[in-house]
Design a protein around this ligand. Structure first.
Ligand SMILES: *[C@@H]1O[C@H](CO)[C@@H](O)[C@H](O)[C@H]1NC(C)=O
Ligand SMILES: *[C@@H]1O[C@H](CO)[C@@H](O)[C@H](O)[C@H]1NC(C)=O
Length: 313
């Protein structure tokens, strides 16, 4: 039923837009920002490593031993403080890491286990739940959020909060980062919105994040920055997943994105600062990843954030 719906949507909308070769809001990023994106892509990738998400506290985060690659994380002597493995109906998995080199507490969520396209698309069920996350800013759609992603967060919220409290108690001067790839990116975004509401300042780095809701939650997360932390939503070239669920939904409800989008405008993993377009148009823009038609989009690009981000899975 769920994959059927998306198949229909893909068939209807597959030829709606063209390759995004115009209308870009171009603003270069710095090489320091590029390095940060690469570092956090590796923290997000490490959440796919079974050892990492099952390691006891204080074990070093190592990806290579699991078939992955997170050299920058390993070079920082980052370690696991706490982890959660296949919790609840959505099997939410991730870890809380400590980066003693950058003085950071990193909360990372795993994407879809198994990681094949059929499974990913199947996860994109299109039901939504009203939430109170937007507070009085639920002016349009009751701050609705994708039901599956919301449950995935709700099922680990208390575990994450307990782990964060221990981390903050032990490392009170450290900054907080939430990160994830794919469905893990969606969970990170919802979690960051909730924990910012609880008073934490959190930088949010996501890679290949699907849409999590429409206008209210998208505007809300956009507006949490910069006071409550930065939003760094990275999309890669013709990655299909950030385009799902499709912006225009058949029954009159849009799906949108928070901004900015950091769009990798190059096919492959050899990325320079000149290859990243920063797009700040609210809710929906064809200047970046959403300018691709679904039919020209790919799951291959979904795996390519600097390296093979889910190589551990
Ligand atoms: C309200 O939501 C609708 C449907 O999702 C959308 O088209 C519209 O742009 C939104 N309006 C505002 C002011 O955000
Ligand atoms: C991107 O590169 C891959 C590998 O070279 C190729 O198979 C694919 O067709 C390219 N995608 C586009 C949209 O050009």
């Amino acid at each position: 039923m769920q994959s059927f719906t998306l198949t229909v949507l893909a068939a209807c909308l597959g030829t709606a837009t063209a390759n995004p070769l115009w209308g870009r809001a171009t603003a270069a990023i710095t090489s320091a920002q590029l390095t940060e994106f690469e570092l956090f892509s590796q923290y997000a990738g490490a959440a796919y490593c079974t050892n990492v998400v099952q390691d006891p506290a204080t074990t070093l985060i190592e990806c290579e031993a699991n078939g992955g690659a997170c050299a920058k994380v390993e070079a920082n002597a980052a370690f696991v403080l706490d982890s959660f493995y296949q919790v609840g109906s959505q099997l939410t998995t991730g870890y809380i890491g400590i980066d003693p080199t950058n003085n950071l507490i990193v909360v990372a969520f795993q994407g879809t286990p198994g990681f094949d396209s059929a499974q990913l698309v199947d996860d994109l069920e299109i039901y939504r739940d009203d939430t109170t996350i937007c507070g009085s800013a639920d002016t349009n759609d009751s701050c609705e959020i994708h039901s599956g992603f919301l449950s995935a967060w709700n099922e680990v919220q208390s575990l994450v909060e307990t782990g964060m409290a221990s981390a903050i108690a032990a490392y009170p001067s450290y900054g907080l980062v939430f990160t994830g790839h794919s469905m893990g990116a969606a969970i990170a975004a919802i979690g960051a919105a909730v924990e910012r509401n609880a008073g934490h300042i959190i930088d949010l780095y996501t890679f290949g994040q699907p849409r999590i809701g429409s206008a209210d939650i998208s505007n809300y997360i956009t507006n949490q920055a910069p006071a409550l932390g930065g939003n760094y939503r990275m999309t890669d070239y013709n990655d299909i997943i950030p385009q799902l669920p499709t912006h225009v939904y058949l029954f009159g409800k849009d799906w949108d994105h928070y901004t900015p989008e950091y769009y990798i405008d190059i096919n492959g993993t050899d990325i320079t600062t000149a290859d990243i377009q920063v797009i700040t148009t609210p809710l929906f823009s064809t200047a970046g990843n959403s300018g691709w038609s679904l039919i020209d989009s790919s799951i291959t690009a979904h795996r390519e954030y600097f390296g093979y981000i889910s190589a551990c899975s």
